[in-house]
Structures are given as structure tokens and as C-alpha cells.
Design a protein around this ligand. Sequence first.
Ligand SMILES: [Fe+2]
Length: 356
Amino acid sequence: MKKFYVKDCPENMAVHDWILKSTDLDYYVKNMKPNFKSDGVVKFSNPLIDLDKTKQSVDNAFEQFGWFGFLNILGNEAFRSPTYGGLSLVYNSNYKQKEQVLPVCQTLGYPRINAKSQFIIENPNLNTKIMLAKADKTLWKKIGERGLHGGFDFLCKEAEVITEQECTDLKQRYTDQKNESVELYDRKNTYNDSWSFNEPTEVMNYEYLEHIAGLFKRSFIRSRLASFKNIDNTEVKEGVNQYMWHRDDTMFVEARINMVVTAPEDAFGIEIEDIGKYYYKPGDWITWDTGLTHRPFVDKPGLERSSLVYAVSPWFDYIKEEDAWIQNEFYGNKHPLDMFVEGDIITGLTVDNQSK
Ligand SMILES: [Fe+2]
């Protein structure tokens, strides 16, 4: 079993990217398919968990620790979302921004490196086009490497999302932001370093939530208690839905599952591109291929929802005493979705749906 000491990870790489490069993990990311067949959202229940007690402890946690909006940037201004936020379930004691960001909100957003997103915020249609072309991840990388204008060139010449004229217009409207020494950027212990968020916050083990955390068999990484609120009217609702399309890391790196805690009927859910909508129901545990373009959505204003979003590293376990990640027996042998289905990640989890 290969073991990776965090101290050996270079500063310009996130720990999971470093491990990915040092193993054949990428081969499995590209080639391995789950035995369990699903049409999109996979739904589970867990009879070992009392929903009412969970709700009570979530309410108490917000009262005890507060509520933090997701941190975004608008131009050069950092701001916290009034509608989407919550509390962090894990933190990183070596986090680079720990002086500015409390442990209970480290996993609730931080501006991307060298990627000012004002042009996205001001051009929602462009954002949709980028998402539909699945060009978002590469775009942020190109902007990181070549600056903002280099990113526009990528959108024009390589992704073919915008015309030459649109590219010129964008360059006139938004000044270039470049950082020559991008290779030297620290990524270890920054927001990108998902696996380094692995120490439980007080919220993770608060009251009844400790019982839920105790059912997990794998190491926690970037996890949060997430909630929507202050969706005061239809206009706010539309605004929220417009900017939510995104993709997350592959399940092999970050196996994520949501326990829905509070969700009024037919009000909130998750929509997966080309697959459709799933409406949240309290007590459901849900997962899906987070590499597909998806968004949380709100269909009715004036309501609130909350979910516990747990993420684990499926094939590497963290050894705290050694500050190291070690390959486990599932590496190369079992797809993370099958691990959820077969109880290798959470004790008591029972799958509720299987497609034909
Ligand atoms: Fe997501």
C-alpha cells in the first residue's frame, strides 16, 4: 500500500493532484465504470439515523456557531452570499487564509487564483455557454496560466464559445490580469486543496451530528452543512438559479453525499444537465456523478433548506499521527459509487433506487 506524506507534497500542488500524478489513479478515473447502474441521482436511506434529532441539532448548530454565506468575489470585492451558505464540518489548521477565515467557514468559498469573475457575473449568458461547452474547468486553468485575456483567447480559438468580435469586445471591457509566476503559486493549504480540509470542526461532532459522523468509515475531506435562505422573492430565486451551474471533482478524488435535513415539498432540488431534476426530501441521502454539469435549484421563494454535505476520499485514508495518506484496499478494485452502495463508506446506508 503506497503512503504519501503531506510534508513531501510541493507547495505549488494540492495534495490530491500530487497523489494523482504520483499514481495511476487517473487511469481509473478515465476507465472504471460502476457495477451499480443509475440514471442520475442515486438515492439512499439510513435507518440508523433519526431525522428529528438531526434537524434539532442542525438548528442548534446554527444558533451556536452562526451562519456564513458562501464567499465570492465581485470585481475586487470579496462578499458573502446572503442566500447560500452554512457551516464547515472540517477545516485545515495549516490553511493559508486561517487568519481571515474561521475554521467553521473554511469550506465555504474563496476566490479562485488569478481568476477575477466579474465578466461571468456580468454576462450570465456567456456563463451558460461556457458550461454547456464544458469549457469552465479549462477556462480557469488557462486564466491561471495566461491571464484573463489568454482565457478569452481560449474561449474564442479553442473552445469556440465566443466569436472573434466578442473576444475583442471582452478584452476592451475587462483589463487583463496576469501573474507571470503562476507556476510558483502555492496551492497546498489553499481553497483548492480539498484533502487538507480533514480535521473535524466543532460542528461535525455537535450533539446528534456526532452520531452521524461516527457512521463514516473513510476519511472526511471538504465537507459542509449547507443551506439556502433569504430567497425573498421570485427575482432573488431566478438570480440564485442562474449562477449555480457547475461541476465538481471526480468521485474518485472526492466522493460526496448529501443528507437532506430540511426541504419543503417541491421547493428545492438538484438538476443534472441532460438528465433532469430531483426534488430534495428530508431524510434522503443522495449522490450523483459530480463531474456532470449540475446545479442546486430553488423552485419556490420564501422557504429554507439545509443538507449535510459529506465528502470523503474513497481510495486513500488519512493517518493523522503521520500526516499521511495511505492507499486502501478499494484502490483500483471498487468504484466509489459501488462503495456507497455496498456500505464501504457509511454504515447503514441502503440504496433506494436502481434503474432498469
Ligand atoms: Fe456540486
